[in-house]
Ligand binder design. Structure first.
Ligand code: ADP
Length: 491
């Protein structure tokens, strides 16, 4: 098969659903490669061998051994399969390096939320092995045409490849979130075996430090990010996180491609986490999920009160602090609020306190719970995403598919995927949620009030729900765009 008929892609990622997921990157790392494989694109993953990855993949066999690479400890490469469903599995390469990856805790942080002190080495090794496999130094017969890197954790692959003299793959870096940049002290350049000369503005240096992401964005042949609007925003001082100059200079090589969602995993007609499945022809069945959610979360079991929901990391980016500010007014509207999330201890504490102040009206579950997140999407009347910035966002798409109009801040991918409710969008059948701007507590509250007025007009509300449910958020269209970019890099 020629490269143009079936390009070979090494998809390098630091997390993948269902083995290891902290956010949207985990979802994308499973769904996009699966969608690409259905479009004649031989996509294989490269992953760190965390305990849950080693335990979760099938048919492991050792295919290579890496002795001392720079200051990295020795490691092995395993070939395996990641099963996504009975019928579907993806080839994966797993880096088995017990000293760097076999430990209790998260992929990036320990159980107390502190970054692992050796993250530069951990993800330097991921990037380094990615570069080896993508070049003629690879010990494998399978050679990719493209190394597709994701976020800072594989940002050094293009830098390593830049300094490789032999044959090598083209490189693509996808930014899932520009706020995380992999910044380490200047000495990292030597520790990770990159030439000292790369430590300058035209290389890996970033305001006097060393940055994985900056390196990736500088050396990659092409850059993508996860929505067209975010691709524009990251070129501005407001949301460029210090990289706006580089991104604006590279804008000819920067493309925004909206993420899809896994429409089998997120389907209200078949979702096993719901108490009653439904579709756009039997929307009243959605109410059983509201009732179950109210019961399960200790909310007053009232079918008519608007129930608002959040599933989110609880941090500054996600803007959930605005909800804490408006909680007294929300409860008075009246409305109920259910929150599932975790992250920053202070916000977790503030949300937990709200439950004591407003029992029966506000319910909070601190933690990560896949099943409950599905029930919230189905059971609430409106889903809230007051993100300060949002590269793409997935929950606003899930909620539209579940007949749960989202209320979102007009930013990033939220602006690309939600159509604001107003008389003209209702008339032309495009309205699918509510956008608020600017990012302030009073505008959010005002928009929630507007949504609740719409909710009480049952006919309009059903039209809004059905518009959202009819939208196509599947991966095939976006995967086809990635494929076109791969092909353009090959030609
Ligand atoms: P981000 O990647 O910035 O966290 P996204 O909206 O792109 O945000 O993706 C978040 C994903 O993680 C969604 O699938 C969401 O449902 C899930 N998620 C976030 N927090 C939780 C939680 N506490 N429990 C279950 N799922 C969660």
């Amino acid at each position: 098969m020629s490269a143009l008929q079936e390009p070979r892609i090494l998809f390098i990622t630091s997390e993948v659903y269902p083995l290891c997921k902290t956010g949207g990157l985990g979802d994308v790392s499973a769904a996009l490669p699966a969608a690409l494989r259905l479009q004649q694109t031989d996509t294989r993953l490269l992953l760190p061998g965390y305990p849950q990855v080693l335990a979760g993949v099938k048919y492991k066999s050792k295919v290579a051994e890496f002795g001392q690479l720079a200051h990295y400890p020795p490691s092995f490469l395993l070939s395996a399969r990641l099963s996504l469903s009975k019928a579907e599995n993806i080839p994966v390469f797993v880096i088995d390096c017990p000293g760097l990856f076999q430990r209790e805790g998260g992929p990036y942080m320990d159980a107390l939320g502190r970054d692992w002190p050796d993250n530069a080495l951990r993800f330097g090794l991921l990037s380094k092995i990615g570069a080896i496999l993508a070049s003629d130094a690879s010990p494998l017969a399978w050679r990719p045409h493209i190394a597709h890197c994701n976020d800072w954790q594989s940002g050094l692959t293009p830098a390593y490849l830049h300094y490789h003299r032999g044959k090598k793959a083209a490189t693509l870096v996808t930014i899932h979130n520009l706020a995380y940049q992999g910044v380490f002290p200047p000495g990292t350049v030597v520790q990770l075996g990159l030439p000292a000369e790369s430590f300058n503005m035209h290389g890996v240096e970033y305001y006097g430090n060393f940055s994985f992401l900056k390196a990736g964005l500088y050396y990659a042949d092409h850059i993508t990010t996860v929505s067209p609007n975010y691709a524009e925003e990251i070129q501005t001082d407001n949301l460029g996180f210090g990289l706006q100059g580089l991104l604006a200079a590279r804008k000819q090589h920067l493309t925004g491609i909206i993420n899809g969602i896994d429409t089998r995993e997120w389907n209200p007609a078949t979702d096993r986490h719901l108490v009653k499945n439904y579709n756009n022809l039997n929307l009243p069945d959605k109410a059983a999920n509201k009732h179950a959610l109210q019961q399960q979360m200790g909310l007053a079991p009232d079918p008519d009160i608007p129930l608002l929901g959040v599933v989110s990391r609880l941090n500054h980016q996600k803007g959930t602090d605005l909800l804490i500010q408006i909680a007294p007014q929300l409860v008075k509207l009246p409305a109920q609020l259910v929150v599932l999330g975790s992250d920053q201890a202070e916000l977790e504490h503030q949300f937990s306190t709200l439950v004591q102040t407003y029992p029966g009206s506000i319910a909070v579950r601190i933690g990560f719970d896949e099943g409950l997140s599905h029930l919230i999407e189905a059971g609430v009347d409106c889903f809230l995403m007051p993100s300060r910035f949002e590269p793409c966002g997935l929950n606003q798409m899930y909620s539209q598919r579940y007949g749960t109009p989202p209320i979102v801040h007009a930013t990033g991918g939220l602006l690309d995927t939600v159509v604001d409710y107003n008389p003209s969008t209702l008339a032309d059948g495009t309205a699918s949620g509510f956008l608020f701007y600017p990012m302030q507590a009073d505008t959010l509250l005002h928009t929630i009030q507007q949504a609740i007025r719409a909710y009480h007009n049952k006919k309009n509300w059903q039209r809004l729900q059905k518009n959202g449910m009819a939208k196509d958020f599947g991966w095939p269209a976006s995967a086809a765009t990635y494929r076109q970019i791969y092909l353009s890099l090959l030609s």
